[in-house]
Design a protein around this ligand. Structure first.
Ligand SMILES: [Zn+2]
Length: 295
């Protein structure tokens, strides 16, 4: 009886314990399942949020692109208006030109492929009308461009001529000690013709080529001392005398502003100075009016 009772009691205790374990296991499984479901839901929500954000970004991008496209269209229209104005101007200019052939010159130059421009118009006829308009404009532009090219080439040749014209101050020193023309000779005290301009400055002050050209002479030359002669064109030559040092050689090409020597007192000279000469067609002229630009 006791055994049976004891067994019965043990049995009755064992069952609830097993249930307890099972229940705990069930709760744990449920918890885990709920946790994972929650995590999954969370991650799905995050994904969905990301996708939604990406979609919004794409929409923003699309808006930006649309606005850019709109701006481009507006610009194209504005450019067309500007071209129209140019064409009107061109027509007015043509009327001013008496020679008809002149106005025809330069047609069909560099070709802009206007047919390839894509305009947003849905109307095909409107589009082809625009293309025709643009073709007319294109031809006018070619004429204008050619006329501008001529002007630019004229300007370039003027620029080249200017580069070969002695036009800058030949040294960084500024003190004129003897003008061009009649003067009392510092050695003989008699009146003589001074063929250049004397500019005094510190010993070894830099001397510059006053125009583009080619060095004709660079040597010791009697009373001139260390002497440089530069031929700029068939018309112009410049000469620099009494130099302490010569930095160039005969035959060398020089540019306006290049350092060609250092100021000194070589030859027939009473002190450190530059004797600067300009010759036009072989005749000495007063250099002062030629100094248009300070170096
Ligand atoms: Zn002199």
């Amino acid at each position: 009886m006791v055994m049976s009772n004891a067994q019965k009691r043990v049995f009755s205790i064992k069952i609830p314990r097993a249930i307890g374990y099972l229940f705990t296991l069930f709760i744990l499984s449920l918890g885990t399942a709920l946790f994972f479901t929650y995590e999954q839901a969370n991650s799905l929500e995050t994904n969905s949020q990301t996708l939604s954000n990406q979609l919004m970004d794409k929409q923003e991008e699309l808006k930006t692109l649309q606005s850019k496209y709109q701006t481009l269209l507006t610009n194209a229209n504005q450019t067309k208006q500007k071209i129209d104005k140019l064409v009107t101007l061109q027509q007015e200019m043509n009327q001013l030109v008496t020679d008809d052939n002149q106005s025809q010159k330069g047609m069909g130059g560099d070709s802009l492929n206007i047919q390839q421009l894509n305009f947003s118009s849905d109307e095909q006829s409107e589009k082809s009308e625009k293309v025709e308009d643009l073709q007319t404009i294109q031809q006018s532009i070619s004429t204008l461009v050619n006329e501008y090219k001529e002007t630019v080439s004229e300007l370039k040749s003027v620029q080249k001529e200017l580069a070969r014209l002695p036009s800058i101050w030949p040294t960084s020193a500024r003190e004129i000690t003897s003008q061009f023309g009649g003067r009392s000779d510092p050695f003989t005290k008699s009146i003589s013709h001074h063929k250049g301009l004397d500019i005094a400055g510190p010993y070894r002050t830099e001397i510059y080529a006053t125009a583009d050209g080619r060095v004709n002479e660079a040597r010791r030359n009697g009373g001139y001392g260390n002497f440089i002669s530069i031929k700029h064109s068939s018309e112009y030559t410049t000469q620099y005398a009494h130099l302490d040092e010569i930095f160039v050689e005969p035959g060398e090409k020089v540019k306006k502003g290049d350092k060609i020597g250092a100021m000194g007192t070589t030859g027939r000279s009473t002190g450190v100075h530059l004797h600067y000469e300009i010759l036009v067609n072989g005749e000495h002229v007063n250099p002062l009016p030629y100094v248009l630009v300070e170096h």
